[in-house]
Design a protein around this ligand. Sequence first.
Ligand code: GLN
Length: 547
Amino acid sequence: MARYIFVTGGVVSSLGKGLSSASLAYLLQSRGYKVRLRKLDPYLNVDPGTMSPFQHGEVFVTDDGAETDLDLGHYERFSGISAKKSDNITTGKIYSDVLKNEREGKYLGKTVQVIPHITNRIKDFIKKDVAKEDFVICEIGGTVGDIESLPFLEAIRQFSNEVKRKNTLFIHLTLVPYMKASDEIKTKPTQHSVKELRSIGIQPDIIICRSERTIPLDQRKKISLFCNVSIEDVIETVDVKTIYEAPISFNKQKLDDRVLKYFKIKSRKKVNLKPWKKITKLVLKTKNIVNIGIIGKYVELKDAYKSLDEALTHGGIANNLKVNLLRIESDKLKPNQIKEKLKGVSGILIPGGFGKRGTEGKIAAINFARNNKVPFLGICFGMQMAIIEFARNKLNIKKATSSEFGSSKVSVVGLMSEWTKDGKLMRGTDKNLGGTMRLGSYEARLKKDTLICKIYNTQKINERHRHRYEVNINFRKEFEKKGMIFSGLSPDNKLPEIIELNNHPWFIGVQFHPEFKSRPFFSHSSWLLNRVSCIKNYWESEFRHYR
Ligand code: GLN
């Protein structure tokens, strides 16, 4: 039977519950156990799909097409296990399910209440599809004390009774601040947070204390005494220089030991920290730098392109390079400043995006990359913008646009339904913005002897998508005449997946998001190796040349 580990947060948000959960998952896996990670989010949005990256950071997309919290990206990158739709749920989704059942009369006339109807639905989610896992780690979003978290905390309390307390472990992650004025580490916020948790009926078994500096023994003793946990279960996590150090640091603090001890089980294997040590060393020591200009609308918020930032770091790791990102706000990028602003970059990257604002800056940057033979990678929206740029400047379709920005006669990018008559309508044009996109993993067939085919070293790939609009295949011939190569297409040949240019050393646009499947270190699976070589070629052969 699976054992359940619940991770809650106290005092403030953004303490790194996701990273802590992901690190613990790695450590338990490395000790020979099968682990599953889940996230319960207390907000009312049905899923994070329609939330602005400014509000909530990146939307992470799973293979099976779920738009999820960015913490699931950490889970995947640290544990190597592909997350599923059933690994992330929000209050909004829970309520909408319960209300749907109520409308369908499934509660047989009973009064529908938070307890038991909402809490039951939460408990169902926690144990859904759990079969051979030894551990299910469930992170509860938000901070203890929030009104929104209450039903989740009540549900996990009930859950621990149902599966028995000995099969459930509660970890509480809190902030232990350092007060400069008095040169002291303060434990009071942690005490209060645990008090709050206990008032709901949850006694934490392990307290992880996030702190700027090492917590002296006396303070640890205080936390142990006031929070009713043994001193060995007060685990400190001092800020690390790179996230790749986190599993090493948690192991050093014996987090995994304490977890196994709690469940009275032994390690099946010796924990392997070598890969983390190796990449930590690489990330911290490398002096070799490559500058990449990333032009997007959400560059000011670091988390908005989380997977992309991580994927670029992974590319650097594979090539012993530090990738220095020059973040340029597309809205503020005027065509006459491009040369100046992009001075010294070895490559230009336009990431995914939505809406018209900032598009002219992106298009101007693509024009610069195309004409000056600067390596370019356009991801999703970035590829769509490259199509518009090419149509305007090479095909002379001056008004070329995307129907995402309003109806037009020259939508070189648009809803497939606009140009497909008999083909299956994949997405509607209704006003419901949630879940109307092409989401999740789709196959693309690659054309032989193209750059992309060399990079992936195969003719069939599967990558994750998240978009509503498509490059209009009806313009294909015109584009090809002027030197664009449609080097990847959907298996039915209707949807352009990858574009290249025949007179450019490295110009690639992809309709999918390769960053979602990037992992920090790779073992033997072939697609991972492909990705390493993809990035390797990318930086090594082309980018260095332009540095
Ligand atoms: N806005 C574009 C679309 O919906 C691109 C989306 C993206 O870049 N993820 O098709």
